[in-house]
Design a protein around this ligand. Sequence first.
Ligand code: ADP
Ligand code: MG
Length: 694
Amino acid sequence: MPAAAAITLDSPTETLAPMTARRVKLLRQLDILTLGDLIEHFPHRYQYEAAEGLISDLVEGQIHTVRGEVVACDYIAGRGKPRFEATLQDESREKLAVVWFNGHYFRRTIHPGIQIRVQGTVRIFRNIPQMANPKMQRVDSDDPPIVESRIRPIYPASADLKSDEIERIIGEHLPSALPLIEDFLDEDRKARHQLISRAEAFQLIHQPQTLRDGPRARRRLIYDELLLMQLGLGISKSLRDGRVTAPQLKVDRMLDERIRRRFPFALTAAQTRAIHQILRDLQSGAPMNRLLQGDVGSGKTSVAVYAMLVAVANKMQAAILAPTEVLAEQHYLTLCNLMKGSSVNVGLFTQRTKRLAKGELNRALSNGDFHLAVGTQALLQQDIEFANLGLVVVDEQHKLGVKQRAKLKTKGYSPHYLVMTATPIPRTLALSYFADFDLSVIDELPPGRTPIRTSLFRSDQSTPAWDFVRKQIEAGRQAYVVLPQIEESPTEDIKSVKAEYDRLRKGPLEGLTLAMLHGELSTEEKQAVMQEFRSGTTQVLVATTVIEVGVDVVNATVMVIESAERFGLAQLHQLRGRVGRGEHESFCILISDTQTDAAVERLQAMCRTNDGFEIAEIDLQQRGPGEFFGTRQSGLPEMKLADITREIELLQICREDAKEILTADPRLAASSRRTLRNALVKQFGDTIQLAAIG
Ligand code: ADP
Ligand code: MG
């Protein structure tokens, strides 16, 4: 047998011993591929587990664990709360009464003769010790007793890999992992902020000895996450600022008027203000790094298009990146419409066009035939070259990360950046992710928008909703019906759209003109379907979320969203923004049978308010900032522990520390910073090019 290779934190789980193929597979389902992933699978909470004791020794008011035989049990549904009662007897011959309110489920699992272990707080009731709603486990006589009280970590788990087993696996491998963990903080800094060592933090987060250990361990690990993020941001800033310049674009009155004439409407005062701020940046010669914030439909895209046309007028290319392919296609349609009859060429770059056009699109981009490029972040992939990239616009919840920037830089581009978001930025986030952005806010909607009335229906009570839709259409209006996109399977999407289209056509909306729109249609087919809808020939459009952005039919006044619980709050708000654009009163009908608290809260928020800021706040609370801002795709480090909306104290410390470290040593070149540097490169990839900056 060959000698085992030395274990590192990057060692794949299948090379670890002990390990089984089953566990490798189950771990993979939890995204655990390496030893490092394994020990970074952190418990999300802890549970105090008391050692087993005898019933005769129970003390009122304390948490105890007892094991015994069920000698009697009964489900009582009569008077009062329905409850399941059981009596346990253990070797002390004493009895313990146990009750679970609403414990219907236990009728199937608990019966006289079996052994169970219960843990809970003891009360004495009519001289008999009692536990209400204790934790319960079935045990066999030969299961070892819990002899020591301890704090048990509870891990994010799956149906087949339970927290207990994860705990055992981590217990098996933590000892070999701990010596591999390098500490990138010097003693000084640890002492200053009262932080424990990194290895100790890993030990204690998994195996706390006291109730204080978990929080101490988390504090150190959160510090590390935030410090790396702040260093990454700091380096990204010096990538940009430093000696970096961006093209100095020229704008005059004539150009301004020419661009404004392109839009079929007058820009609002708020749009004009944002444009002035952007123009100041574009003319300065320093790279623009601006966040454009405004509610759905406030006209951000129009402002971005203005900026893109300034770039084009200066003989430079501009790119706009959307979070999904469908949204990219929508932007593409919008731009093509706006540019109709001009000499400006727009290119669309998605997986689909890549398949269709082979290398042709890339050539057109690299030789400058395309002035504007629309795409997903795939646009920044290796094989794509620009002739002369002057401006990058990033749409919705998508921050261009350090990685992507560094990549553009290595290709020799240093464009201006404009990031659009419908999300107001809370203070903590402003201190972190967006610390190095200037902010423009569009705080005014274009004229003529009417507030939208939103209501919620259960699917089995939705007849009045469909009757209402029919009435609106008979009054000359049009409607959207939106179904959730099933991302894993585009064919399922089409099926659900098709099925609902058929059902509506033959049932609730019989006799009306319906059409379908979904992501599998080609751009031309989509255009044709939309054209029919715009012209009013189609009365009801049954669609996936392809209509989320850019669709603008003033006569459409009803938006029905089915299985509404499947959508995020921001997305619901985006969708709703497709109606309420004209003189007629508009309506949003949510259909959902959900019982989940979070989903119900989302849908109720939709019914309560049209205010995008309020909706964004609720969304942030529900989802947390990571998912919210798409940090995964953005190239920013993914936060495993830090909840950035709460960690204001540590965040501020880390900002100061990062600044101090980078001022002293911008390239992290000192040998004492080798481990820190390695951690950063690991987090951001080689693209961060630590050697090249400073
Ligand atoms: P956002 O990107 O902020 O959601 P868009 O730029 O897509 O908003 O604009 C939403 C809709 O409003 C678009 O159909 C656009 O044509 C229209 N619009 C934008 N600005 C104005 C304006 N000043 N007056 C009237 N309509 C406008
Ligand atoms: Mg938009």
